[in-house]
Every structure is written in C-alpha cells, then in structure tokens.
Design a binder for this molecule. Sequence first.
Ligand SMILES: C[S@@+](CC[C@H](N)C(=O)[O-])C[C@H]1O[C@@H](n2cnc3c(N)ncnc32)[C@H](O)[C@@H]1O
Length: 352
Amino acid sequence: METPFKAVGKLVDIVNGMAKSRALYTVAQLNVANCIEPNGRMSSDQIAKQVHCDPSILYRLMRALSQVGVFRECEDDESGASHMFEHTEESIAMRNENFGNFVLATGLPTVFKTWELFPEVVTKSDLSTGSGNTISNKFFEELEQRQEEALVFGKGMTAITYKIAPLLVAQSDYSQFDTVVDVGGSEGILLSEILKVNKNIKLGINFDLPRLIEKFQTSMPERTAQLNARFKDVSGSFFESVPTGDCFILKSILHDWSDQCAKDILCTVVRSMKPSSKIYLYEFLVNNEKNEKQSPVVWMDIRMLNYNDGKERTLKEYQSLATECGLEVERVVSMEMLPSLIILVKATATTS
Ligand SMILES: C[S@@+](CC[C@H](N)C(=O)[O-])C[C@H]1O[C@@H](n2cnc3c(N)ncnc32)[C@H](O)[C@@H]1O
C-alpha cells in the first residue's frame, strides 16, 4: 500500500521538530524577542544589526519561526519597509524576563549533547539490574563542571517555577510549619513565594549543590535581603544529607532520577524528618488511562530519560517509592495543568 501523503507530511513535521527547536534556541541566544518592543514592530534587517548577524539569514529564521507562531511577519507598508515583524503571544513569552530563559536552558550544549546519545540510552540501558543506566545519569555532575551553563539551567527552571509558584502556593497548606526546606530549590523562587504568603514560617532553607548556591547568592542578592533572616541558603548533596525541617519540598526533583536514585534521595530526607514532618512532592503524574490529555507529560518523560535516566511516574509508582522508604501518601492535591502535590508522611507502622 502506498504511504498516504498526509502521513508523510506528519512525519516530516516531526523531523522538523529539531530544526524548530534549534531555531527557537538560536533566537533566544541572540535575544531577538527583546529587540522588538511589546507593541512595536521592527525589520529583521535592523534587528540583525543589533544582534550582529547576517540580515538575510535572520530574516529566513524569523520567517520560519513565524510559521509556527513565534513572531508575525507584517505586510510591507507604504513607505516600502519590508521584512517587518511584530510580536505574537509566543514571541512575547520569549522575552528574557519571561520564558526565554527556559528555551535557553533546554538548548544548552550539555543538554543538546545528551540527544546525540539518546539511541544508545534506548538500546544499551538495562534497567532490570535496578542500577539504572550509566549513559545518561551524569547530567547534574556535568552541569556542575560548567558553571555558566549551570546558571542558565537554574534561570530556566526559575522561569517556569516563577510563573506557577503563586498557583502552587495558593493550593498548598503551609500553615502548620516552622521550618521549610526546599530540597534542590535552585534559585529559591518557590521558597521565596511560600515565605511571602505564609508569615507563620520562621525559617525557609533553600538547599542545592554548593557551586550553584554560591552563584545564586550573587545573582539574586535581593531575594535574601527582602526576606531578611527567614531565608537561608544551605549547600550540599541530597544523596548525603539535608537540613532538618518540618516540611521538605521536592519540586521537579524525583522525576530527574531513576527509581534507585529517587529512593536514595527520599531516604536521605527521611533521615532528617521529625516524626511529624511532611514531604511535599510537586510532580506531574502520568495518567494510567491511555488518552491524549497526558501527552506533554509523556514527552517530558522522554526528556527526563534522556537527560539523566529520570522518569515521570504514576501515583502508584510514587506510592511504591514512598513505601520503600518507610513513607506513605497522606493526600494528593491535583491541580489542573500544574504538577500535583503529593504529601508524604512517615508510615504509621514506623512512627513511634
Ligand atoms: C529540575 S531542577 C528543579 C529546581 C526547583 N526545585 C524548581 O522546580 O524550580 C533540579 C534541581 O536539583 C538540584 N540538584 C541536582 N543534584 C543535586 C544534589 N545531589 N543535591 C542537591 N541538589 C541537587 C539541581 O541543581 C537543580 O537545582
């Protein structure tokens, strides 16, 4: 049977995915979205001068991106000006203060390199040994060696978390806690929001890798100044130990890791828990039903597999990780379009 034309078109579109992604990354690097005022228009030739690249190439790049909704090419005006572009919602979102940092983070050399090895991750991993694969579980170690990239990656995470932090905090009860530890808190943007809203919290500890914490302290000095003595940075590794607290936040942490590593992280946290402490996991949940609604999560799952042998999980899978660390799920708060909040406590049988 001859392959239908539509099917070929769809496959070509998927193949073009990489070109689209690299084009988006390149305009983010060149800061093109910041050149056009939010309500303004500008020619790609003028932008090319500002960002120091060839005008005809930049025009082709912007023309292609406008086909997928990033920038809009305007009709030539009476003055004869051509190659004029204005913003769309998507290109506005590409401005630095918005989502641009996330796009930059996803295209970093360390990230891009992982894709080259992806077929090997699939063909050479043997997860049945329980030790995970060794091809793709060094992401954070490699990032630690490249400080500039680590900083961009942190800013990329902040770009996402910053947008959703108020929504997450509004639906999460922090009223019972004195000390909250954000484990792998990156720049501390979620913790800052939690402390602003929940004045009862006496101390918020932002915990992350040493070299990142060092960098963030200089990149975000206003953060600690605003929250005075209630915000503290602590550095270390969550495979070794974490500070003691009443509530431990792990947002987008366990999905970065294999089952074995995720268990190790949870067990480290358990060692610092008081009997009444809680763990607040914020993670997207894979839906067991085979429907189209979960498609962004299943693609994030592939990205996690590729970067660091990570994995998006079902609630049942989080439950079984928890059980193996002497924890149980107390409650799940589902939030539409957002990660779910999965509250873990020490399992009743092990609480004395
Ligand atoms: C995907 S980011 C999530 C950041 C933040 N929780 C958020 O959602 O915006 C994962 C974080 O884990 C941190 N991390 C990775 N390995 C770590 C380790 N061994 N100990 C502490 N933090 C680590 C990374 O530096 C990074 O900030």
